[in-house]
Design a protein around this ligand. Structure first.
Ligand code: NI
Ligand code: MN
Length: 226
């Protein structure tokens, strides 16, 4: 799998020749102004929860690409009612798609659309493809449920964790989350976009380093092979 960081909590994942965009919030993000939104490819759009900083670009992207939306039942119904193709899941469920499988995980957060519409429970996702397993935590607090992941799902090749604090885990909690899921390599996301989540990157890296975990922080547009 190839994972490109598109800023904030937005990712572009290439898996088995398919393109998956996670939580597209690109056009309003000044830090991502060099990303050409109109040229992004998407066969699937995966959404962790309904907050604006995760769904802002969903409709424009789905309209242009015809991508299938994968999310919880409430978010899938919301976009389904607007005429988009959507696949609803719920916490704990796993399903196979053309690129591989996705399993929905517990995330401890909230989830509502900008207009107040209920967005169901927030989720993380575990994507399995090309013999690799990647955990995308979504917006979440540190939660003991994360300990279930290595025992019940298996060893992770990469954990993608929020580290910006205020709305989600900060680096310290995220480094404990990495231990809970037994990840030795973490891609940090959900930081620097807004004033309350600006971080000291070298401090964050040393917090993880002290637990023998590698924290990778990509420039926006940069990618990582898993
Ligand atoms: Ni959120
Ligand atoms: Mn968020």
């Amino acid at each position: 799998m190839r994972i490109q960081y598109l800023g904030h909590a937005s990712l572009s994942i290439e898996a088995n020749g398919k393109h998956i965009i996670v939580d597209p919030f690109i056009t309003p993000n000044e830090l991502a102004s060099h990303i050409d939104f109109e040229s992004l490819e998407a066969d699937y759009i995966v959404i962790t929860h309904a907050h604006q900083d995760h769904v802002y670009d969903v409709e424009a992207l789905a309209k242009r690409t015809g991508a299938k939306i994968i999310s919880n039942a409430e978010i899938a119904s919301y976009y389904g009612a607007k005429g988009f193709e959507a696949h609803g899941m719920n916490t704990g469920g796993k399903f196979s798609f053309e690129f591989g499988s996705i399993q929905s995980t517990i995330a401890f957060h909230s989830s509502s659309f900008a207009d107040g519409t209920y967005g169901g429970d927030p989720n993380g996702y575990i994507i399995e493809s090309e013999g690799k397993r990647v955990y995308i935590a979504g917006d979440t607090a540190l939660t003991y449920e994360m300990k279930l992941i290595p025992d019940t799902i298996g060893q992770l090749d990469l954990a993608i964790l929020p580290i910006g604090d205020n709305f989600t885990m900060g680096a310290k909690s995220a480094s404990i989350a990495a231990e809970f899921v037994q990840a030795t390599k973490v891609l940090g996301y959900h930081y620097d976009t807004f004033p309350p989540i600006k971080i000291d990157k070298s401090e964050a890296k040393s917090i993880f380093f002290n637990r023998n975990i590698q924290l990778v922080l990509l420039d926006i547009g940069e990618d990582l092979a898993v």
